[in-house]
Design a protein around this ligand. Structure first.
Ligand code: HEC
Length: 178
């Protein structure tokens, strides 16, 4: 390489660097112009704050209506993958490690005739309404002490809301939403 070629290489490298700096500066300018639009920013943080509070309120038994508003049936279908190893949910589905869940919302706990429940579940006595299902799914072993459902629970309110909405649709008689 003669010195002329070296010069050419160096100047093209410098050119590329300048272009990159230029793009960055341009990006800065665009960003700075957008940033002072305080309003949009405020609205965004407020929305976030509200949904966080709602989630906190809905974490426990709390307000089931607020909780259910966090979820969606489509999301519930995805969350159900966590349960599918042990439960069928389709109409006419059979028992697996756990009882068939078609029509479980509104059904009496421990009432599938040909499933061998734990004593705790068959004597539980309650029906699976929205509140009961929510409390059960937070931590099954706390709500039905002695259950043999080996599942830690769904921590996120949104996950529980979604799965409850989804289960409610997987039955002949969905309960009216609160
Ligand atoms: C490791 C297997 C397993 C997983 C995973 C599992 N379950 Fe279960 N489930 C069981 C078993 C076993 C029972 C019966 C419990 C008993 O008799 O105490 C049960 C019982 C239930 C019942 C009571 C049904 C009735 O007829 O009263 C519901 C509701 C339920 N499971 C929902 C779920 C949901 C929703 C998920 C996913 C978030 C899930 N389960 C994940 C094994 C599982």
């Amino acid at each position: 390489m003669n010195s002329f070629e070296v010069n050419k290489v160096i100047s093209s490298i410098i050119f590329v660097i300048l272009v990159i700096i230029g793009i960055n500066k341009l990006a800065d300018v665009i960003y700075k112009v957008k940033a002072p639009e305080g309003n949009t920013y405020k609205v965004a943080t407020e929305t976030k704050k509200i949904s966080k509070d709602d989630n906190a309120k809905a974490e426990g038994v709390g307000n089931i209506k607020v909780l259910l508003a966090l979820g969606s049936i489509d999301h519930g279908k995805i969350v159900f993958k966590k349960c599918a190893a042990c439960h069928s949910v389709s109409k006419g589905g059979s028992n697996k490690i756990g009882p068939a869940l078609w029509g479980v919302i509104g059904r009496k706990a421990g009432s599938i005739g040909d499933f061998k429940y734990s004593k705790a579940m068959s004597e539980f006595g309650k029906s699976w309404d929205f509140e009961a299902m929510n409390t059960f799914l937070i931590k099954p072993k706390d709500y039905v002490k002695g259950t043999k459902m080996a599942y830690a629970g769904l921590k996120k309110g949104k996950d529980r809301a979604s799965i409850i909405l989804y289960l409610n649709e997987q039955g002949d008689y969905p309960l009216p939403l609160p």
